[in-house]
Design a protein around this ligand. Sequence first.
Ligand code: ZN
Length: 189
Amino acid sequence: MILPIYLYNHPVLRRRAQPVTSVNDEIISLAENMFETMRNANGIGLAANQVGQPHAMIVVDISDVEDGERTPPLCLLNPRIIAASEAMEEYEEGCLSVPGIREIVVRPAAVTVEYDDLELHHHRIEAESLLARVLQHETDHLSGVYFFERISPMRRALLKSKLKKLERGSGIECSYPFVHPLVQKITAP
Ligand code: ZN
């Protein structure tokens, strides 16, 4: 089932996610729905609060992106970045919750992430390049942080009017169902 994606500046996107301590049918179907929702919106990562859910849970699928083919789709519960490289990398990011805005963000080039899978088995992965990028962007969501809060104050000042416009809900162009505090489109076009 395709779920509507919550847009900036919905309060749910500022809430810190709750740890997942048991996996029931609700969590399993949320994972399936998040994959479907992400693919429908041509995204490569999605956090549970982006579909209005409080769980510390993200899905990632970079298998359609160049050089990402060998990375299988991942559902991560309770993801935590436990180490990051000193080497930094620039990459242009966008966000399904912030349509129409893309910015170059500088982040560590590689990260080590711990998480639980849907059977609550613990894992640790070393990620680099695009996978590291998506994992950092999505774990930020679980702490209520947007990617544009990782850019320089000067560049952020230039974004101000665009963000205000998005906050007011004017001129939102989304190919996918969304929830906005002021305007709603909960069905696909
Ligand atoms: Zn995002």
